[in-house]
Design a protein around this ligand. Sequence first.
Ligand code: NAP
Length: 315
Amino acid sequence: MLWSIDSIPNQKDKTVLVTGANSGLGFQTALALLSKGARVILGCRSIENAERARQELLSKVSHGNIEVLEIDLADLEKVNKASDQVIAKYQSINLLINNAGVMAPPQTYTKQGLELQFAVNHLSHMALTLKMLPLLSKQSGGRVVTVSSGAQYMGKINWDDLQGERNYNRWASYSQSKLANVMFALQLSKKLKESNVDIASLSAHPGLARTNLQPQSVMANGSWQEDIAYKLMNPMFQSARMGSLPQLRAATDLKAKSGEQYGPQFNFRGYPVLCRVAPPALNSAQREQLWEMSENLIGDFINIPRSKEFLKKKK
Ligand SMILES: NC(=O)c1ccc[n+]([C@@H]2O[C@H](COP(=O)([O-])OP(=O)(O)OC[C@H]3O[C@@H](n4cnc5c(N)ncnc54)[C@H](OP(=O)(O)O)[C@@H]3O)[C@@H](O)[C@H]2O)c1
């Protein structure tokens, strides 16, 4: 049987944090979870956009339990601040969906000097997740879903130049960040199992979906060639609603297990099915190497000791 929004079990009493919830897949994810009764925290970099999304969501789910959180993933200090606000406000959360993302911008570095895609797509989501683990463990069955891309299959970790400082290629950097998403999700799953913590970590990729991702990328680069390419590719794209199904399945299917990845049936499109991760993500030594490098980079700017402690291997 095809897995669709109808397959989502009742989400009443669940609290969900979705990053990038004001647009595209994040918006559709928030909408589906609200319609199933969840309380949804819209994690957005702009509070105005978050409020606009909240109003639009309320026009579709009138009694929706929606809260907003300002979180700019391009600034680790703001990620830290937003995480602390969540910790102060909520007793527990059941689900974290690391969805926000930026694709193939011109070479840009964040306030902390980190390459934008590596920072927004991977490092900040890792930092947020590590900070959220204690809240996610308060109730049984907590889950973290990290949204990757088909670009993971072209991804390569550039160990000697992670930040693209010597040689920046915006597409290679995007693919690297999306491979990093999957490596992180799998390594987190491994560490949680080894620590006997009842939180599952999964990844998902949407295939090709019509969202703001491509127009934003075209605009940032002023690339008319890519604009034409996307127009030609348009028939291959599915709706944002369809594109959100893999992450919704990873987040809510009671049969989905930690370490799994969901993606569309026919690679670019279709209903969500279990799918293989990019081969480099299967190398646990490399996953650990990336974990340690990432944790060190994050640790240079914000404090994450409690979460590190949390994932200590049980003897
Ligand atoms: N659409 C596809 O075909 C496709 C394919 C593969 C993977 N994906 C992945 O799907 C995820 C969702 O993307 P989408 O397609 O839904 O694109 P989208 O419509 O552009 O949504 C991206 C979201 O990320 C947010 N975001 C960007 N930079 C941020 C920052 N610094 N801090 C906080 N939030 C930030 C955006 O906020 P603003 O609205 O403020 O910019 C927006 O809410 C991404 O991880 C993307 O890599 C999408």
